[in-house]
Design a protein around this ligand. Structure first.
Ligand SMILES: Cc1cc2nc3c(=O)[nH]c(=O)nc-3n(C[C@H](O)[C@H](O)[C@H](O)COP(=O)(O)OP(=O)(O)OC[C@H]3O[C@@H](n4cnc5c(N)ncnc54)[C@H](O)[C@@H]3O)c2cc1C
Length: 393
């Protein structure tokens, strides 16, 4: 079977690796002329690690990752702990794999190197997919420069602004959430000794929250600060910069863990972009074409699960295709097995944003007490999923 994938993000790369490992011929079509490394952090729970383990990449990721002891939800000003989730060894024993903070560029490099080792011809850069057509027996993918590619099926892993999704489902469009995110990365040596424990710290306050954690063997600290803004700027993306003074202003009266971190960042290394999400779709494909990752189910990042969901998609897709020549049924099975879980994450992520940003201290404490009571079942939902073993329906 000959499979085309559009988009070499974390979803497309993982899908390509899973499918190559299963013996398929894969063409991974990526619009960029090189895969640039975004210096950001990504949290990978046990569910993501199971997929990496299947690909034989778990140890490589572990080598540069940081294993936090807990997730701490803290009051934005006092730092008081409102809620906490234990990670570390306890988590690893329960879910069969650790919880990691990974430097996104490291993860991308590991996936890309593995792809090159499998088959250096798989990745086709400078290949922007602009049109797809299908018959009963194949898919024809057209690139902007006029080249065409024939495949037995197409997996569209081309992100939240998926061109393939726009062609199949024109009314399914990303929506501006009313949130904007700051992103900074600071070398740890610039921070005072004992500045922060090895945890995921989520400071929550009125109309804002701020997630802070170490990556790359604790050499770097990643911060994502989310603020509310009614209007979306005309142009913004992951690499749009904004003045440090505006970031300092947004978090001026916050806990010193946050303010000291912002003070330590380089003036020209503050990024700010709008958070968009996709309303849950009822269909992820047609015939021999299926969506994967953010193209299918882009969520707000508040559950830190988007990359992990794309990896889960990739492995489940691979399992659905195995041992069958009936591609349409396999893609339907893939959708059937993934759509409910990812919809839950899309909806829960949007709800969490509201909870994190509650205005009154009383409401905030009450909401986090509620989260504690809601308890383990909800918290286990993400890491307890093993895409290598989950029973397929
Ligand atoms: C602030 C923030 C923090 C996050 N933190 C986490 C976290 O801690 N943990 C986590 O699991 N997730 C996190 N996420 C979510 C995660 O980053 C995404 O969900 C994930 O990267 C989606 O991967 P993807 O491969 O589906 O899409 P993308 O990463 O968007 O990749 C799409 C690829 O397709 C290419 N492409 C686009 N159009 C075309 C075309 N027409 N033809 C060919 N190629 C094309 C693009 O160039 C790109 O390479 C976070 C997201 C944000 C915004």
């Amino acid at each position: 079977m000959n499979i085309a994938i559009s988009g070499a993000g974390i979803g497309g790369l993982t899908a390509a690796l899973c499918l190559l490992k299963s013996g398929y011929k894969v063409s991974l079509l990526e619009q960029a002329n090189q895969l640039s490394e975004v210096g950001a952090g990504v949290q990978c729970g046990a569910n993501a690690l199971h997929v990496l383990k299947h690909l034989g990449l778990e140890q490589q990721v572990l080598a540069s990752a940081v294993q936090p002891e807990a997730v701490l939800f803290r009051d934005f000003k006092s730092g008081q702990i409102l809620h906490q989730l234990t990670l570390g060894d306890e988590y690893q024993q329960q879910f069969g794999a650790p919880y990691l903070h990974v430097y996104r560029a490291d993860l991308q490099r590991i996936l890309l190197t593995a792809l090159g080792e499998f088959d250096a011809q798989t990745l086709l850069l400078n290949t922007q997919v602009v049109k797809v057509e299908q018959s009963n027996s194949s898919v024809t993918v057209s690139a902007r420069d006029g080249r065409t590619f024939e495949a037995d099926c197409l997996i569209a892993a081309d992100g939240i602004r998926s061109a393939v999704r726009s062609q199949m489902f024109p009314s399914a469009k990303p929506v501006y959430s009313g949130y904007q995110a700051w992103r900074i990365m600071v070398p740890t040596h610039r921070l005072p000794e004992g500045w922060m424990e090895t945890v995921t710290a989520n400071f929550v306050g009125p109309g804002k929250h701020c997630v802070v954690y170490y990556v790359r063997n604790r050499e770097l600290v990643n911060m994502v600060g989310v603020v509310e803004a009614e209007h979306q700027p005309a142009k913004d993306d992951w690499i749009s910069k904004a003045p440090k003074s505006a970031l300092l202003e947004d978090f001026a009266d916050w806990h010193p863990t946050v303010t000291k971190l912002i003070e330590a960042v380089d003036e020209d290394q503050c990024y700010r972009w709008s958070l968009n999400h996709l309303p849950p779709l009822s269909k992820w494909g047609q015939g021999r074409i299926a969506l994967l990752g953010d193209a299918a189910h882009a969520a707000l990042p508040f559950m830190a699960a988007g990359a992990a969901m794309a990896m889960e998609d990739a492995r489940v897709l691979d399992r659905c295709l195995q041992g069958t020549s009936d591609i349409e049924s396999a893609l339907n099975q893939y959708q059937r097995n993934r759509i409910k879980r990812t919809k839950t994450i899309q909806n829960d992520s949007a709800r969490l944003g509201k909870l994190y940003h509650l205005g009154s201290p009383f409401m905030r404490r009450a909401a986090f007490a509620g989260l504690r009571i809601m308890g383990q079942q909800k918290q286990d939902f993400l890491p307890s999923y093993n895409a290598n073993q989950v029973a397929l329906i």
